[in-house]
Design a protein around this ligand. Sequence first.
Ligand code: NAD
Length: 472
Amino acid sequence: MDALPPAAQGDELVSTDPATGAVVGSVRVTTPAELDTMVERAWQAFHNSGWKTLLPHRRALILHAIADGLVAEKDSLATLQMRDNGKPLAECRAMVDSAIGTFRYYAGVCETIETDVTPRRGDYVSITVLEPFGVVACITPWNSPIMNDATKVAPALAAGNAVLLKPSEDSPLLAPELARIALKAGLPAGMLQVVQGRGAEIGAALVAHPGVRMVSFTGGTTTGRAIGRTCGDKLIPAALELGGKSPHVVFADADLDHAVAAVVAGIFGSAGQSCVAGSRLFIEAPIYDEVLKRVVDRAKTLRVAAPDASGVEMGPLASFHHRDRVIRFVDRARAEGGRILCGGAVPEGPDYAKGAYYLPTVIDGLPTDALTCQEEAFGPVLVALPFQDEADLIAQGNGTAFGLACGIWTESFKRAWRVGRALEAGSVWINTYKQSVTTTPFGGFKNSGIGREKGIDGLRLYAQVKSMYFGL
Ligand code: NAD
């Protein structure tokens, strides 16, 4: 699909509310000269602020203070994210909660992960320590800004690094709030700075900057590949969290009430703008018609409304140009011969006239190798496919370039185990979907990424290992 047009106007990024089209705020684009100054400032903070040598429990206190600052401003942050990217307010609140939990978790982890000792083996002992890289770049997408920012910034700081955080040009307003709260919480100046601007310009310059020693990126696969190439040339690590086309599988023995509810929430939650959206629905052939009808009936009754409306189940898409992209995706599905079972259009009526709304859409009748079944829509678009048996499911399920997540609904523990092991995915949800905890690693197989965020692995991404031997 086409690249998104930039949201930048001149040297400003203007954020508009996708529910109303109203301007929410603007930020100034970082110039290349300012980027040089910020990298220099980050190195000075890294070397001179005392952060990297701070006792872990003192570092943890500041990470907790950042969490406290997020708690104190939870409502205003959630509202700002809602207006910046159109997600329902309840989802935005949950994302601020996730960010709070992430800072608290890595406050705890940084106290406990520092050192491994291998006891005497002959006439020496060895000690393994984790050291920060120095200055790292964290680059985030627009779909869940505060949550994605925290998932990178908290472990990067916990590991002792100075961070240059670059949010998406389509949701630039949350990252400066996080930096302000962190400074107020006692994080030394220069340890967290925000770089603003278009990805292809300042984002690429940030990755290529000789002063940046590690890059952590969440976003699209094409961008991830470009960043990976630059990091390869620089011989620095790149952690890449990329796109998905996740299979959501319903076997004939499943608890269908729960399965149908999860399938609908799994794709239409966040209006499908979730990397782990269950965007390919695989239904075992004998129950295909029944399950598909139930999913379509429920999709038709979802309450699509303003993100702060009561009972809202799906808000607008995050921007008007992203909605155009989803419209083109569904147009192409039609051209490929897909049957649009519901949605496939912009909703009509005065409530929707000013916003970037799109109806929950279910498509079937396409072969598994159609582009609609292969490419990420990153919108409220579900494609349904029947499968005959486990072998057929695994061939189809693994038949995309992605491998981020999958869901399996069955009452058979053994089948869940077999299929869960066979599907190529970093996260497997069995009789549940889209659960995520800070303690459990998250990341993709194949084109969905390299590396694991969250958990202890999520901190190790931002640390290099040094092994020290002491002769006795
Ligand atoms: P994107 O790749 O267009 O942009 C992501 C970020 O990268 C933005 O900050 C952008 O400015 C920056 N960027 C763009 N080009 C760059 C370049 N050449 N060099 C450096 N930075 C650059 O993605 P998006 O449209 O913002 O987000 C949607 C994508 O993100 C989807 O594919 C979605 O699946 C993925 N995503 C993945 C996860 C995950 O954890 N795996 C989570 C959320 C979103």
